[in-house]
Ligand binder design. Structure first.
Ligand code: NAP
Length: 300
C-alpha cells in the first residue's frame, strides 16, 4: 500500500509518497481501507517535530480517517467486516490502509459521506471536549470563537449554536466571516481590521472562561495571573487527545451525543477541498497559509 511518510523532521513538503507494509490487525484492532483522511493543523506540527508527540521515524501523520472495515482482530465487537466507519488516531492516518484499536472506531452513519466522516472526529470531539466537558457552556451564554472558519472553529460555532449560546466569531477575511455566519455565528468580527477586544467587551459583560485550544499563531501566549484574579475569569486547558488516550469510554459517549446532533442536522462538517493523498503537502500548505476554511481532506 501507499502512505505519506515523514523520514525526518521538516516541512510537509518533505513528506514522501512511498510503499509501506499493509497493517494486520492485532487483537482488538480494526483494519480500515481508507477512503478519506481529515487534515488538521497538528499534522503540520507533528511533521515539523514541534508537536507534543514525536513518533519514531519514519511515520505517517494524520489523526482521522473514514473507510471500510477489511479486517478485524480477535475480540472486536464494535464494528464488522465491510462496515463503513470513521476513526481517530494519534498519527498514521495518511495511508491507504490503517489498523486502529476498536475503541476509537465508530460506525459511519448513512447520512455522512466518507469525506464528512473523515472531517468529523477530531474537530467536533475537540469542540465538545472544550465547550461541554471543560467549560460547561450553558444555554444563553456568549461564546467567542477565534479562527471561527477553521476546522475546529466551525465545529465550535455549530456546537455553540446547538447548545443555545450566542456565538461571536472572529476570522481573518470577510469571506471566512460569511462562512461563520452561515454556520450559526450571531456576531462576526474581522480581527485584521477591527478592534475585536472592544467589540467583544460591548457584546458581553466582562467575566468569562478562556479556553486554550492551540498555538496556531506560532507563539505560546501568556496570561497575567493578576488579571485572572482581578477580573474573575478562568483559564481552562483543552487537550482532547489526552482524554482519547486515557478515557476512551468517555470520549465514545461524547461521540454518541455529537452524532445525535449531526443526525438532527445541527452539526454538519464543512469540507473546503479534497486533495489526492500524494498531494498532502499542498493540502497542509493551504491550512498553514490560512487559505482553507472548514476541513481539508485527502483521498487515497
Ligand atoms: N486542544 C486540542 O485538543 C486540539 C485538537 C485539535 C486541534 N487543536 C488546535 O486547534 C487549532 C486549529 O486547528 P485546525 O486544524 O482546526 O486548523 P484551522 O483552524 O482549520 O486552520 C488554522 C486557522 O488558524 C488561523 N490562524 C491564525 N494565525 C495563523 C497562523 N499564523 N498561521 C496559520 N493559521 C493561522 C487561520 O484563520 P484566520 O485566517 O481566520 O486567522 C487559519 O485558517 C490549532 O491550533 C490546533 O493545534 C487543538
Amino acid at each position: 500500500m501507499k502512505a505519506m511518510l515523514a523520514r525526518g523532521w521538516g516541512e510537509p513538503s518533505t513528506l514522501d509518497y512511498a510503499d509501506a507494509p499493509v497493517p494486520r490487525p492485532n487483537p482488538g484492532e480494526v483494519v480500515i481501507e481508507v477512503r478519506a483522511i481529515g487534515c488538521n493543523y497538528p499534522d503540520i506540527l507533528i511533521v515539523q517535530g514541534t508537536y507534543q508527540h514525536r513518533p519514531e521515524l519514519p511515520f505517517s501523520p494524520g489523526c482521522e480517517v473514514a473507510g471500510i472495515v477489511r479486517g478485524v482482530g480477535a475480540g472486536v465487537t464494535e464494528v464488522g467486516l465491510g462496515e463503513r466507519v470513521f476513526a481517530t488516531m494519534a498519527w498514521g492516518g495518511y495511508a491507504e490502509v490503517v489498523a486502529i484499536d476498536q475503541r476509537h472506531v465508530y460506525a459511519l452513519p448513512d447520512f455522512m459521506t466518507f469525506e464528512e466522516g473523515a472531517a468529523f472526529g477530531l474537530a467536533y470531539e475537540t469542540a465538545w471536549c472544550g465547550l461541554v466537558h471543560r467549560a460547561a457552556l450553558r444555554r444563553g451564554e456568549t461564546l467567542l470563537v477565534h479562527a471561527a472558519a477553521g476546522g475546529t472553529g466551525l465545529a465550535a460555532v455549530q456546537l455553540g449554536r446547538a447548545l443555545g449560546a450566542k456565538v461571536i466569531a472572529t476570522a481573518g477575511t470577510a469571506a471566512k466571516l460569511e462562512i461563520a455566519r452561515a454556520n450559526g455565528a450571531d456576531v462576526c468580527i474581522d480581527y485584521r481590521t477591527e478592534a475585536w477586544v472592544e467589540r467583544v467587551r460591548r457584546e458581553t459583560h466582562g467575566e468569562g472562561r478562556l479556553l486554550v485550544i492551540g498555538f496556531t499563531g506560532g507563539r505560546i501566549a501568556e496570561v497575567a495571573t493578576n488579571r485572572v484574579l482581578l477580573k474573575n475569569f478562568s483559564v481552562v486547558g483543552v487537550h482532547w487527545g489526552l482524554y482519547r488516550q486515557r478515557d476512551a469510554t468517555t470520549v465514545r459517549r461524547w461521540m454518541v451525543e455529537l452524532l445525535k446532533l449531526a443526525e438532527a442536522r445541527e452539526l454538519q462538517p464543512v469540507v473546503w477541498r479534497a486533495f489526492p493523498l500524494q498531494r498532502a503537502s499542498q493540502a497542509l500548505a493551504a491550512i498553514a497559509s490560512r487559505e482553507s476554511y472548514g476541513k481539508v481532506v485527502l483521498i487515497p
